[in-house]
Design a protein around this ligand. Sequence first.
Ligand SMILES: Cc1cc2nc3c(=O)[nH]c(=O)nc-3n(C[C@H](O)[C@H](O)[C@H](O)COP(=O)(O)OP(=O)(O)OC[C@H]3O[C@@H](n4cnc5c(N)ncnc54)[C@H](O)[C@@H]3O)c2cc1C
Length: 385
Amino acid sequence: MDTIWDVVVVGGGPAGAAAAIRARQLRPDARVLLVDKADFPRDKACGDGIAAHGREELALLGVPDLIDDYRPTRGLSVVSPGGARVTAAVARPNHVVPRAVFDARLVEAARARGVEVRRHRVRGLAARDDRVVLDDVLAARVVVAADGANSAVRRLIGVPPSPDGHTAIAVRGYAEVPADDDVQFIAMQRDGWPAYAWSFPIGDGTANVGFGMMLPRLRATGRPGREVLHGRLAELLPHLPARDLRAHHLPLSPGRPRPGAGRVLLAGDAASLINPLTGEGIYYALLSGRLAGEAAVEAADPLPAYRRKLARALGRHLRTTDLLSRAARSPGFIDAAIATAARRKEVFDLLVDVGLGAGTVPPPLALAVARRWLWNGVRLRTRHA
Ligand SMILES: Cc1cc2nc3c(=O)[nH]c(=O)nc-3n(C[C@H](O)[C@H](O)[C@H](O)COP(=O)(O)OP(=O)(O)OC[C@H]3O[C@@H](n4cnc5c(N)ncnc54)[C@H](O)[C@@H]3O)c2cc1C
């Protein structure tokens, strides 16, 4: 152990790459090491959807053109659990880029900025006063743990994983679609709600398709997970038979993240930052990684600095999505939200911002949705009386 790194980043997904790039951007002389258990390119079970908000993060990281060769997707169509439908153009286009490509490009961008990249699986951690030692072979002033949903580092520093009630599971695959298909489609399912299938066209005649639901709901079926997930995907998107199916857990945000301990900062899925309404996590991974990278090289005491940065950037949003996800346990709430979005474009735009970005809900809008929700409930009860 002859080097004490300024920052060791564990995990080369979007959170880790963003942290490493940002650290070198702010301190070009910083010694930054990025380790991952895999070599890149590597696949990652994901919907591959990169929201416009994520592209803004890429610009902040100095790689604004990273996915410019992928076609922007403007259409979004959502069918609610009760059958309400909204189809509209999003205010700013989204992209769909296979993770084998996206993550490898980000890691390459980090390498090009002077980050050293090594293959190494972290299994052990010892915290000292002035450094963190990984596996007895790597020492760092600060560690950014971006090692994903099953984060080993999070476990090693004693931060508990997302409880089952805040964990989803999803399967994704690829299907053939017309090359001009330009609409991201989401079909929600009442049975086992919250649950939905998606089709996200890449622009090359294939689409990423998948299905996700909450872990306790899956367990409650009493059937093998694979059978349920694959079966529901085929049921909801029967015209899109999928290949290369692969599933993974999604640690959903509980509203108030635990961003680390001591000299270890947790980012992305390792910090359970996935949006509980949509399952989107790439934007939050890029954002939290960037902020962790900043705190790691700028602050004498990085953890409180990182906590403040996260709270400023996402605090209100995370509390909003936590509250909304509780309301959304009733499928009627989502029916009302989608029906309202179908009638009012500004509501559609706002829901996109809350579901994919750092948006919050102004009280008058919350009231409009709540009113429709109650009204739908009254109508339903009158019909059944
Ligand atoms: C089926 C599915 C569909 C999804 N769809 C979308 C979507 O369309 N859009 C969206 O925004 N989000 C989506 N998400 C969520 C998104 O995939 C994650 O939020 C995102 O990948 C988080 O990035 P990350 O960098 O935190 O972690 P990851 O991308 O998981 O990267 C973690 C990295 O750490 C490495 N690693 C793990 N353990 C160790 C170790 N011990 N030592 C060293 N390295 C290690 C891994 O090899 C990996 O490269 C989806 C998730 C799933 C499961």
